[in-house]
Design a protein around this ligand. Structure first.
Ligand code: C5P
Length: 324
């Protein structure tokens, strides 16, 4: 069986990655750029329920609220949105919350999926970074409720963050990796890409648009969940935006459909559906512990294996529906 076929069945491992990707992984382990030092436990094989309960307890949504230094002295409490992200699902007119949500990854394999209508039928749709819908509606849909953006989108002018329509009229959630010990002073002084200035500028220009920065402790607690459930050492780098977005939606929604994260039968090396760039690392990971993330999501998938194959669709329960 191929690696992807084994992933569908829950038997994948990093030893099946190509030698190139295995080498890349090892190089990231030895550089350990974010000074990760994991001293938590490694759990034996947990049941899906135990894993979900660990995620629910350990992955409580947290954003930069301006109450901690250095942000408090810089007056950030007045700049961050007044409604917390955790209550985004209570802010529509009927306050009924998000029953069904879709997470749409940017994988090339979503091309020719014809999933657009199905995706748009969800109460809320989460997309990533610069992934467009225009021109791809048939396969990815056109509705966007939340967009997760990494700090490069804010820092690199080529993404046209301030002018592109894909970032307007939606909730924005940005993130950037701090050191693993979550020293906010060090983070503020040397983020991976400088998102802080562009964030404040955007908040001042568009105070009514919900726009949050994820707290770096949230990002690293998600990493801890992955490592604690993986026997091997995973890359000491933050989880991919995909994993962050999936767990964020599990905190906001009763049910989450994730599209083309666990690859479908359309799997290819095409990195993004909107670009002509081919690299298996986009789907299987080099910098991010992406394969381990996907193994974990397969373990909590409540949908059918045939939905993974045909649609690239995993079905996950929202945290509010799990009794722990
Ligand atoms: O590349 P980017 O981070 O913008 O893509 C969004 C997310 O979609 C990734 O973080 C990853 O989780 C997922 N993805 C994937 N396979 C791909 C491309 C993206 O699983 N080929």
């Amino acid at each position: 069986d191929s690696l992807v076929q084994r992933l569908w069945k829950g038997h994948a491992s990093a030893g099946m990655l190509s030698p190139r990707l295995q080498r890349a992984m090892k190089n990231y382990m030895s550089s350990n750029k974010h000074h990760v030092f994991y001293n938590g436990h490694r759990k034996g094989t947990q049941s899906a329920k135990e894993l979900l309960c660990q995620m629910k307890a350990q992955a409580q949504l947290k954003t930069v609220d301006g109450l901690e230094e250095p942000f408090s002295s810089l007056g950030w409490a007045d700049f961050v949105p007044s409604h917390p992200l955790e209550q985004l699902n209570k802010q529509q007119q009927d306050r009924s919350g998000f029953k069904s949500c879709a997470v749409v990854t940017s994988a090339g394999a979503i091309l020719r999926s014809r999933l657009g209508k199905e995706i748009d039928a969800h109460d809320a749709v989460l997309r990533f970074n610069a992934a467009p819908t225009e021109g791809y509606e048939h396969d990815v849909g056109s509705k966007t409720t939340i967009r997760i953006i990494n700090s490069q989108i804010l820092a690199n002018p080529s993404y046209e963050f301030n002018t592109s329509s894909i970032y307007k009229n939606i909730t924005l959630v940005a993130w950037d990796p701090a050191p693993y010990n979550v020293n906010l002073h060090k983070w503020y002084d040397s983020p991976d890409y400088n998102l802080f200035g562009p964030y404040i500028d955007h908040r001042k220009a568009h105070p009514d648009q919900p726009f949050y920065i994820l707290h770096p402790s949230y990002v690293w607690r998600l990493w801890d969940v992955i490592q604690s459930n993986t026997q091997e050492n995973i890359q000491p780098n933050p989880p991919s935006s995909g994993f962050i977005g999936i767990l964020l939606m599990m905190a906001l929604c009763e049910q989450v459909h994730v599209y083309e994260y666990i690859p479908s039968m359309r799997q290819s090396d095409l990195c993004h559906y909107h670009e002509h760039y081919y690299d298996a690392a986009c789907t299987l990971g080099a910098y991010h512990p992406l394969l381990f993330e996907k193994i974990l999501i397969q373990r909590i998938n409540k949908g059918l294996e045939s939905d993974l194959r045909r649609k690239g669709r995993a079905t996950l329960p929202g945290f509010s529906t799990i009794d722990c």
